[in-house]
Design a protein around this ligand. Structure first.
Ligand code: FEO
Length: 170
């Protein structure tokens, strides 16, 4: 049985992951509105990944005999000034999520909850990847600038991303 304090913090993380999904879906909608279908696709896949992250927390609380409690989801921003501005926000947001995961690990250690600590290690690794992939696109966008053929090439590259549920399980 999971301790109530740990359960409550994991429930908050379900909310944070669903908010992440909502944020990236909003970014996907923004890119649709600017006719950047590849960027929109990348964000849509990212939104699905975040929902899968939320469900990992959901299933974990359930497995440990805890109570899943869903909280309200904040509205995400709707507009960005450019693709670069949106991806800078992705990077910033992922850094925030990394800090949240690290705080959960600290709590698990403090509470001597080894199972939760072990569960969270998947997210520790995932966050390294999440930050790296966002930063990579930020760097590419800085190189190509906000207009021209470079941006269209990048849009074509990001159109290739597909959602693979297995990649979120490992
Ligand atoms: Fe679930 Fe992008 O952190």
């Amino acid at each position: 049985m999971i301790k109530e304090k740990v359960q409550n913090e994991l429930n908050k993380q379900i909310n944070a992951e669903i908010y992440s999904s909502y944020l990236y879906l909003s970014m996907s909608a923004y890119f649709e509105s600017t006719s950047m279908a590849g960027f929109a696709n990348w964000m849509r896949v990212q939104a699905k990944e975040e929902l899968a992250h939320a469900m990992k927390f959901y299933d974990y609380i359930k497995e440990r005999g805890g109570r899943i409690l869903l909280h309200s989801i904040d509205a995400p921003p709707k507009e960005w000034s450019s693709a670069l501005a949106a991806f800078k926000d992705v990077y910033k947001h992922e850094q925030k999520v990394t800090a949240m995961i690290n705080e959960l690990v600290d709590l698990a250690i403090e509470e001597k909850d080894h199972a939760t600590n072990n569960f969270l290690q998947w997210f520790v690794t995932e966050q390294v990847e999440e930050e790296a992939s966002a930063d990579e696109i930020v760097q590419k966008l800085k190189i190509v600038g906000s207009t021209g053929s470079g941006l269209l090439m990048l849009d074509r590259e990001l159109a290739q991303r597909v959602f693979t549920p297995e990649s979120t399980i490992e």
